[in-house]
Design a protein around this ligand. Structure first.
Ligand code: ADP
Ligand code: MG
Ligand code: MG
Length: 370
């Protein structure tokens, strides 16, 4: 990735690392930040590894707010891990401050950098090699929710404004249809009809929240498999990473986005829609892991609404792809013509499939409800 070694060394020098730098290289396969692993020798005896990360400033315009969120949440998680006699250096991200005692560094180009203790003897997977990996991610995100259940979610900053405001996303779609700036609307009548027919999905959670029927929670908002560190020896999920999008939100949305992506039988841009469905075995595995680790902290209403979370997140994603297609593909990177339309179609196919499997999905949730 992008930054020359010499510059990384100069940046690293301004953090409160101890020891002598012995190696440095790119780490992981994240798509948002630039992530490096650095190793320091300490005395004759041992070494310590650290993570140095350049924050993506195109996506995150207010790094101080984002870092405030991360400092607050990781501080809270650390207390919980210690209470349970867990390993505070492996089960939670630990920020390493700059030499000046700041949570992050702004360099002379205006780029922002932060550092974490490296989580040792663990990996993150881009794709599940086996269903157990998906289960472990469910347990890890469930524990994350469990440990943060008593955190004041409303004190967190919204690092991406209106991220899961599905109602706003729907309005944006309607504007795009009306404007039809690329003259594509006529060619996607079916997709537009599907989106409009399902408008209730854009409102259901906003209404529940407004009526006080579900609480605001600390949500992760990027509940992908590769944001969970898996212990190399035990295969267990030990720590959730990638906290840039931690925000106030709804538990059902974090759950739902995991299902949308992780329980789908096909890639997000599969052209052959007959391959696209929501796998009920994977769904059940995730429900099991998630509810086992945080079921007693969620309200009955939240648990009942978990399948709705899967439907709403999938629908939201579908209307975002459709909007971008209508507006001329400005937001999502495309590799081919109609790429966004293909993505929209897989999401709507999944929504339809979830509707077909609705009773099963609810029965499965009840099965694991404590
Ligand atoms: P992005 O937003 O770009 O996905 P992440 O914070 O997820 O950035 O970091 C990218 C990858 O780097 C992760 O998927 C993980 O494999 C690895 N990683 C991040 N933080 C740590 C850490 N503290 N210890 C070990 N590996 C880490
Ligand atoms: Mg990541
Ligand atoms: Mg990220």
């Amino acid at each position: 990735t992008g930054t020359p070694k010499e510059e990384i060394k100069r940046i690293a020098d301004q953090f409160a690392f101890t020891g002598e730098l012995v190696s440095c290289g790119p780490c992981g396969s994240g798509h948002i930040n630039e992530t490096y692993m650095l190793r320091y020798r300490i005395g004759e005896m041992g070494s310590i590894k650290v993570i140095l990360q350049k924050i993506n400033r195109e996506i995150f315009q207010k790094p101080e707010e984002l870092m405030e969120n991360i400092a607050g949440v990781t501080g809270h998680l650390k207390k919980k891990v210690l209470q349970k006699s867990g390993d505070p250096e492996r089960e939670v991200l630990n920020l390493i401050p700059t030499k000046e005692g700041k949570a992050f560094l702004t360099d002379e180009n205006g780029e922002c950098w932060r550092a974490y203790i490296f989580i040792t003897d663990a990996v993150s997977y881009d794709l599940a090699e086996k269903p157990e990996d998906f289960y472990e991610s469910a347990v890890a995100f469930g524990k994350f929710q469990e440990m943060l259940a008593d955190y004041p979610a409303e004190t967190l900053h919204e690092t991406i404004k209106d991220f899961h405001d599905t109602k706003k996303r729907f309005q944006t779609l309607k504007n795009a249809i009306e404007k039809d700036s690329c003259h594509r609307a006529a060619s996607v009548k079916e997709e537009i009809a599907f989106a409009l027919q399902h408008e209730y999905l854009a409102n259901v959670f906003g209404e529940l929240l407004a009526k006080g029927e579900v609480p605001l929670r600390v949500t992760h908002n990027d509940t992908k498999l590769n944001n969970v560190m898996i212990d190399l020896e035990t295969g267990k999920g030990i720590c959730v990473v990638d906290l840039d999008t931690v925000m106030p939100g709804l538990a059902m949305n974090d759950f739902g986005d995991s299902i949308r992506f992780g329980a789908s039988t096909a890639l997000e841009d599969e052209k052959d829609l007959s391959k696209v469905s929501c796998d009920m075995e994977l769904y059940e595995i995730y429900v099991k892991g998630f509810l086992e680790s945080c079921g007693d902290k969620l309200s009955a209403k939240e648990i009942e609404m978990l399948p709705m979370g899967a439907k709403v997140m999938t629908y939201e994603c579908g209307i975002r792809f459709l909007t971008d297609y209508l507006e001329g593909d400005h937001y999502f990177k495309i590799d081919r013509e109609e790429h966004n339309l293909d993505r929209c179609r897989t999401q709507f196919k999944l929504v339809a499939d979830i509707e077909q499997k609705w009773d099963t999905m609810q029965t499965i949730v009840k099965k694991y409800q404590k």
